[in-house]
Each structure stands twice: as structure tokens, then as C-alpha cells.
Design a protein around this ligand. Structure first.
Ligand code: FES
Ligand code: MG
Length: 574
């Protein structure tokens, strides 16, 4: 180890004499490590969310090998470790219930181990925020490698977008225009390669967020999972992780207020998922960046929608990559970004994107000729959402952005499922569907049910959208005039719990207003009658979750996890 470099954290383990040093080194040598690797070189932990039950991350064993090559090339020691993996498509009741648990696993694994820097391997929706949150509470030099999107799916000659096309086909089935056999045949066409959802859903949004925050290398957002260049990116990330340790660049040096503002603007420009709001608030809470819900509305004002990808638009991630990808978007945004924000490459985000070009104007538009002049997520307030609610106007129907209609309420996901197709349901195209009991505490876990299915009676009449309001989240691949994340949620006593069938609700996105048109006295009367839902039965993690989860406007993190705790550990087992 060159003498001008500070002694690294890992040397507290590997540089020790006596029985402790013996224990720390000897057992690792059972993997074929020679004694020289304990000479003080940077130890890079590769935090891997590989799992066959997380299909989006199932190629991560191989990806980790490329990271290791990069770490070795740069003179570091790579050591891979597994953490809780969250598979969006199969886990019940929702991966969101387990995001905070996974983040605790990541944080404690990093802190407890002889690691100087970290490479986070993440892909599917929740593994990215979970890993970022856990690592942020430790604040070591950290670099993120996303797994990359799947290739474009094709069914009968038409592209299939993960999630988005599935929702659309499902509506076709319910309207009687597509058979069950056809629907099933489309399954294999939709997911034909390794990688995460190929729409601008939550996974691609979060991979873009990683790049916009400066935590990932250029290309992180969009190189397809199976493209050889994804492996090069993984190798380069391994190399840079070693560099970040030598340069002593903690995560907090990258995750500045400016970095978060860049990420918020990028989420707007790409038409990204509303879930990014929750995850960014939680991450900012961990790294203490002082972000609040209203920042999403303020910071993204004036940012145009540039990317024509599903669910808001037409194309898919493979097209986005070919069109120049996120670097081209960053370049287009120009002065709309804090170009001086530092990235893990050692250069600024402006320097990185300076030479990026757009190769296909159908997919990535210019600021002068955008798809929509205002792309941000709108934060609504009013007597129905005192702590805020969000809507993504670019995925909504323009004619519903200002709307007054009668409420039709559903108390919980089961109630919704059992009644939505009831022919006797009193609905028309002006009805406002309201779902309660699906917030962080309510379900619990805040499932992605906010894009309530439309009553099939209306679908058959050709109605394609209704105003829908809930305390739930929505899949990043979904669309519609959907008001989400209403805070406080119904289960926490929010006014959403007081809505009755037939009440008049006013939505005015331009003026950021969500209003329940009732006299204050009536609201007070209903509030006095309201009783909180019973606590969930049994103990275990769910108990911890319900007792400690914060509301959506705080990112639904646990109250006791907010903040940076560093990597100091006292005491030793040996
Ligand atoms: Fe994993 Fe969509 S299911 S990213
Ligand atoms: Mg999702």
C-alpha cells in the first residue's frame, strides 16, 4: 500500500495481528485467496440482488463477474455478497412492504463487513431504492450498476411493453375483444430476454434516476440487459469503485441537493414513474438532503416531456437506447440541469453528457419541440389531501385534468375486486372512483392498485378513463387520470376515509387542488364517527412495519431508519 494513502477501513479486519487477524484472513483463504490480497488494497463489496424469483435480476451472477474483473484490473479485492431480493411480479402482497426490510439488510451487511467501497447490483423496481437507501445510511464510496431493460417484446408483429401492454390487453379481454388463449400466448412474447421491464416503468425510471443522481456510469439507464456493453459498464463500474475509495468520495458527496433536483427533472423529462417520488423522498431522508414532497412540483416546473416511451408514449427502452438514451436527454436538458453536479466518474454530469446526441427524434424530442411543455408530477393539496397527493398529468386524459364528479367509494382492494364489475354499479363517465385502505399502513405495504380497473360496463361503452383517487401507489407502467399517495392515508385517519358514495369531488390539476365539496361541519361530524382499522393480527415484520412506517409524503420509510449512521462499528467477536 502506498504510504501516502490513508489506512482503509478493511485493514481494521485484515491488518490485525493475533487471533482476530487470523480469523478475518484465514477463513477467506478457503476460497483460494492468496495472502497478498490482504495488503491494504481497497476491498469492494459487490451487493448482489440475484434471485431466480426476481426474474428481472436473474442474470446478476454473470454481471457480478464482470464487476469483479474491473475491481481486479484496478487493483482492488472484490467480495460479492447476497442481500434480500425483491421480485416485483411474484411477491405478495407487494414488494413495497419489504423495501425497508431489504434496505436494513443492505445497511447492516455493509457496516458489519470489511468493505471500503460498494457496487450495488440492482434491477427490478424495489431493489434499486432498497439498496440505495441502505447504502446511503452507511455512506461509503458507492457506485450503482443496474441490470438493464429487457429487449422489446413482440406479439403478432406489434411491440409489447412490459406492464403497459399487459394492462391494455387485459382491458381487451374484459371488453371481449381478445381471447384468453391469445392473452396467454402473449406471455412468452412479452418477456423474451433477461432484464427488467422495457417500458419507462419504475425499474427503468430508477435506473435513470441512478444515472441522473450521478451514482451510475453513463449508459446505466438504458443499455439493454443482454447487450455486451452492459458487461463493459459493469466492469468499468468495478474499476471506478476502486477509484472512489482511493479518492475518498462518499455517497453523500454525490447525493447533494443539486443531484436530487437533477433526478426530479430527469424523471419529468422521461415521463418516469410516480413511484420515484416515494423512493427519492426515502433516499433523501437517509442521506439528509432535505427534500420534501413539494420539491417535486416546484423543481420540475418548466421541464418538458422529451421521451416518447410507454406508458406515457409509444416506444420502449431498446428504442430509447438506440436513440441516444439518457445521456442524450441530459444533453438536451442543458441548463435545465445543475450541470456542475459531480458524478462517480470524477467528472460532472454536464461534462459527461456534453457530447451525447439524439439519433432518433421520434423517441427523444428537443426542448424546443417537446411532447408536452410541462412534464412534471403535480403535487395536489386540499381538504382531501392535507399532506399532499400526486398525479402524473402526462399519463392522464387531458379532458379529466379539471373535473367535478360524484364519488363511488371502495374500502380496500378486496371490496374493489368484488364489486367493480357488478352491472348494478352506479357509474358513468363523470364518476370519481375512490379507493381507501391501500396506503402504507392500510393494506399494509401500499400496493400498486391506484390505477383502479374501470367497470366493465363502462369499458363496453367505450369509456377508457375515469378520475381515480386513492392512498395507494400505481405501477410505473400504468396510466390514466389517477391521483395517488393521498396523505394522510385513510387508515391513518386521513380525510379520504370520510368520503361517502355520492359526495362531490373536485380535481383541478392546474391549480393543484383536490377538494371534497362538503361543509366543514359535516366533515367534523364524520370524523367523530370514524374508527381506526384494527391492527393487523400476529407479530413479526408486519407488526414492525405498521408501527413504524411513515406516510407517503415522507417516502414510506421507517421512522427509525431516517438518517445517516455511518460505518463505525465497535466491538469484535474474536
Ligand atoms: Fe421487475 Fe418490472 S417486474 S422491473
Ligand atoms: Mg412496479
Amino acid at each position: 500500500m502506498p504510504s501516502d494513502r490513508p489506512r482503509l477501513r478493511s485493514q481494521d479486519w485484515f491488518g490485525a495481528d493475533g487471533i482476530a487477524g487470523f480469523a478475518h484472513r484465514s477463513w477467506l483463504k478457503n476460497q483460494g485467496l492468496p495472502d497478498r490480497v490482504f495488503d491494504g488494497r481497497p476491498v469492494i463489496g459487490i451487493c448482489n440482488t440475484f434471485s431466480e424469483l426476481t426474474p428481472c435480476n436473474a442474470h446478476f451472477r454473470e454481471l457480478a463477474e464482470h464487476v469483479k474483473r474491473g475491481v481486479l484490473e484496478a487493483g482492488g479485492l472484490p467480495l460479492e455478497f447476497p442481500v434480500t431480493s425483491l421480485g416485483e411480479t411474484v411477491m405478495r402482497p407487494t414488494t413495497m412492504l419489504l423495501r425497508n426490510l431489504a434496505s436494513m439488510d443492505v445497511e447492516e451487511s455493509i457496516r458489519a463487513n470489511p468493505i471500503d467501497g460498494v457496487v450495488l447490483l440492482c434491477g427490478c423496481d424495489k431493489t434499486t431504492p432498497a439498496l440505495l437507501m441502505g447504502a446511503a445510511s452507511c455512506d461509503l464510496p458507492t457506485i450503482v450498476v443496474s441490470g438493464g431493460p429487457m429487449l422489446t417484446g413482440r406479439y403478432r408483429g406489434r411491440p409489447i411493453g412490459s406492464g403497459t401492454s399487459v394492462f391494455a390487453m387485459n382491458e381487451e379481454v374484459r371488453a371481449g375483444r381478445m381471447s384468453q388463449a391469445e392473452f396467454r400466448a402473449a406471455e412468452a412474447c412479452a418477456s423474451r430476454s433477461a432484464g427488467h421491464c422495457n417500458t419507462m416503468g419504475t425499474a427503468s425510471t430508477m435506473a435513470s434516476v441512478v444515472e441522473a443522481l450521478g451514482l451510475g456510469l453513463p449508459g446505466n439507464a438504458d443499455i439493454p440487459a443482454v447487450d455486451a456493453r452492459r458487461r463493459v459498464l459493469a466492469r468499468d463500474a468495478g474499476r471506478r469503485a476502486v477509484g472512489l475509495v482511493h479518492e475518498n468520495v462518499p455517497m453523500s458527496a454525490i447525493l447533494t441537493r443539486a443531484a436530487f433536483e437533477n433526478a426530479i427533472r430527469v424523471v419529468a423529462a422521461i415521463g418516469g414513474s410516480t413511484n420515484a417520488v416515494i423512493h427519492l423522498l426515502a433516499l433523501a431522508g437517509r442521506i439528509e438532503a432535505g427534500l420534501i414532497l413539494d420539491d417535486f412540483d416546484k423543481v420540475a416546473r418548466g421541464v418538458p416531456l422529451l421521451v416518447d416511451l410507454m406508458p406515457s408514449g409509444r416506444h420502449l427502452m431498446e428504442d430509447f437506447f438506440a436513440a441516444g438514451g439518457l445521456q442524450a436527454v441530459l444533453s438536451e436538458l442543458g441548463d435545465l440541469l445543475h450541470r456542475e453536479a459531480r458524478t462517480v466518474t470524477g467528472r460532472t454530469i454536464g461534462e459527461e453528457a456534453a457530447d451525447a446526441q439524439v439519433w432518433d427524434r421520434e423517441v427523444i424530442r428537443s426542448v424546443a419541440d417537446p411532447l408536452a411543455p410541462e412534464a412534471g408530477i403535480a403535487v395536489l393539496r386540499g381538504n382531501l389531501a392535507p399532506d399532499g397527493a400526486v398525479i402524473k398529468p402526462s399519463a392522464a386524459s387531458p379532458h379529466l385534468l379539471r373535473h367535478r364528479g360524484r364519488a363511488l367509494t371502495f374500502t380496500g382492494v378486496e371490496d374493489l375486486r368484488s364489486r367493480i364489475d357488478d352491472p348494478a354499479l352506479a357509474v358513468d363517465e363523470d364518476t370519481v372512483l375512490v379507493l381507501t385502505g391501500a396506503g402504507p399502513r392500510g393494506y399494509p405495504g401500499m400496493p400498486e392498485v391506484g390505477n383502479l380497473p374501470l367497470p366493465s360496463a363502462l369499458l363496453r361503452r367505450g369509456v377508457r378513463d375515469l378520475v381515480r383517487i386513492s392512498d395507494a401507489r400505481m405501477s410505473g407502467t400504468a396510466y390514466g387520470t389517477v391521483v395517488l399517495h393521498v396523505s394522510p392515508e385513510a387508515a391513518a385517519g386521513g380525510p379520504l376515509a370520510l368520503v361517502r358514495d355520492g359526495d362531490m369531488i373536485e380535481l383541478d390539476v392546474e391549480h393543484r387542488r383536490l377538494h371534497l365539496d362538503l361543509p366543514a361541519a359535516e366533515l367534523t361530524r364524520r370524523r367523530r364517527q370514524w374508527r381506526p382499522p384494527a391492527a393487523p393480527q400476529g407479530g413479526g415484520y408486519r407488526r414492525l412495519y405498521v408501527d413504524h412506517v411513515l406516510q407517503a409524503d415522507r417516502g414510506a420509510d421507517f421512522d427509525f431508519l431516517v438518517g445517516r449512521r455511518g460505518v463505525q462499528v465497535t466491538g469484535d467477536n474474536h
